[in-house]
Design a protein around this ligand. Structure first.
Ligand SMILES: NC(=O)c1ccc[n+]([C@@H]2O[C@H](COP(=O)([O-])OP(=O)(O)OC[C@H]3O[C@@H](n4cnc5c(N)ncnc54)[C@H](O)[C@@H]3O)[C@@H](O)[C@H]2O)c1
Length: 261
């Protein structure tokens, strides 16, 4: 197998579960060293044990700049540098609509989804400059792209702002050969939805495969494949891209399958 990330070092936030874990496995299979930066210590340690010496777990709360810096420092200290920042950690956050939204709930969602994304870009710039470039991958959502999308208000708004963060950063960081691209996942059956009442009905009714034009159930490996492409030299000339990986969900969402918030 061609190893697309041989000699590369990546930080994957939220790498202890869901898309992040499948991506960590894929990156390692392609020769990368990976720092898993996740708030869940138990899942992170389990992942590190299972994936071996190529992985180091650093307990990280992505809402804290100092934690993100520690994760990046671990990449530099233990593996020699930083080539890839795959910022994937996310939670659904408050289901509140506009009339009942408390400022605290709103700010908590923004901290988790938007400010953390900005910080992930910020802390990656210096170490990537030192390497002569790098690849930053951000995570939006179909809910942040499509008007009247399939997520709650604060989540959709933050994920929409992540798209601009990615493109603005790509514009400014190109001169340093730092590429910034954003993955837009559609609907996938992960713990993200298990943890949240909004998705539980969808999961119970097994509707995920019916949401989008392609009648295929989303598999986290589709996201990992996109992340591998954006992390590797396969996408050497690609920056500022918003890449839906969604079976066409952002083109059309079937009306009988809704998780509105
Ligand atoms: N699953 C979907 O259908 C879907 C759709 C669109 C977008 N997304 C986005 O994809 C990303 C990954 O989602 P997933 O489905 O793999 O979720 P998941 O719940 O399976 O995994 C998320 C991981 O992030 C970690 N995490 C949570 N809060 C954290 C924090 N403060 N600091 C560090 N780590 C933290 C969790 O411990 C977990 O390991 C998220 O940004 C999510 O918004 C998911």
């Amino acid at each position: 197998m061609t190893q697309l990330l041989q000699g590369r070092v990546a930080v994957i936030t939220g790498g202890a579960a869901g898309f992040g874990l499948v991506s960590a496995e894929k990156f390692v299979a392609h020769g990368a060293k990976v720092v898993i930066a996740d708030i869940d210590a138990e899942a992170g340690r389990t992942a590190q044990e299972r994936l071996g010496d190529a992985v180091r777990f650093v307990q990280t709360d992505v809402r804290k700049e100092s934690d993100l810096r520690e994760a990046v420092n671990a990449a530099v200290t233990h593996f020699g540098g930083l080539d890839v920042m795959y910022h994937n950690a996310g939670t659904v956050g408050t289901p509140a609509g506009i009339e009942e939204m408390a400022v605290e709930q709103w700010n908590a969602a923004m901290d988790m989804l938007l400010t953390a994304s900005m910080l992930a870009v910020k802390v990656s710039v210096e170490p990537m400059k030192a390497r002569g470039g790098g690849s930053i991958i951000l995570t939006s959502s179909g809910a942040g792209v499509r008007l009247g999308g399939s997520g709650p208000l604060a989540y959709s708004t933050a994920k929409s702002a992540v798209l601009m963060l990615g493109q603005h950063s790509a514009l400014k960081l190109g001169k340093h050969r730092i590429r910034v691209n954003t993955i837009v996942p559609g609907a996938f059956r992960t713990a993200l939805w298990d943890k949240h009442a909004l998705g539980s009905g969808m999961l119970a009714e097994n509707k995920f495969a019916l949401m989008q034009p392609l009648p295929i159930e989303g598999n986290p490996r589709y996201i990992a494949d996109a992340a591998l492409f954006l992390a590797s030299d396969m996408s050497e000339f690609v920056t500022g891209v918003i890449l839906p990986v969604d079976g066409g969900l952002t083109l059309h969402r079937n009306s009988h399958a809704s998780i509105e918030g």
